[in-house]
Ligand binder design. Sequence first.
Ligand code: PLP
Length: 287
Amino acid sequence: MSEFNTVFLNGQWLPADQAQISVFDRGFLFGDGIYEVLPVYGHHLLRLDEHLSRLSNSLEEVGIRNPYSDNEWRELFCNLLLQNNAENCAIYLQVTRGSSGGRDHSIPTNIEPTVFACVNPLPILPEAVKENGVSAITREDIRWHRCHIKAITLLANVLLKEEGTAEGCNETLLVRDGKISEGASSNVFAVINGTLVTPPKGPELLPGITRDLVLELAEKQQGLSVEQRILSADELNNASEILITSSTRELYPVTNLDGQAVGSGKPGPVWQQLFAAYQAYKAQFQL
Ligand SMILES: Cc1ncc(COP(=O)(O)O)c(C=O)c1O
């Protein structure tokens, strides 16, 4: 069990083992809901405005009423951290469409969203990842065409990720019509002829908050050549470096793809530069 035991459920603060939802909640029955994961460094919620904006977009896309204003969300998160005496952690937040007391595909009117939030520890980057990087496989992207929505309906992602895990890999990189979309739970970058390339935002991928921060650090702070453009699976196979990003893993180097070494087979210079820049960026909040 996590060291952080107090959760928020529909306006109440509860010990995790006493928080209960209806068996008719549409999140449980249909995966009808939205989520967010926000990393917290020190007491600073990283890119809070961006997370709130993505949350609001996701809710709007599926027609779930946003139950709180941005200020109310901010207050809720601060309370959650206080209640758990938490710092350097990840906030998990889920809003489902709620329960109408039965099971019907049709969306009922007058339904109250279910709001759940809890705190999880932030994983520590293993030394082995810094030294050697991680392995990944590629698979056909079998998901729906609205992957820009951060929906809790993650069965395809879970099964795709599991195919990677079964082969000892950290991530499964997804390919649609010969083009890389993203990872099962991350965004993807590749270094092609010295340029950092990542697929453009659109319905085939989640607009990752870490992706945007890494792009910003790479281009504006580190002066790297950066392109947001279609990245083909063939290009990925010949990339000198591959990186994956997410709020909890930050920035991982992929050094083996489908059983073949990527570049030198060790974390490369672009990853090292961006990893250092990311750590320095975080450090300003961890005084
Ligand atoms: C499918 C998918 N893409 C990308 C990401 C990265 O998004 P973020 O950087 O906002 O965590 C995630 C994070 O969980 C994800 O599940």
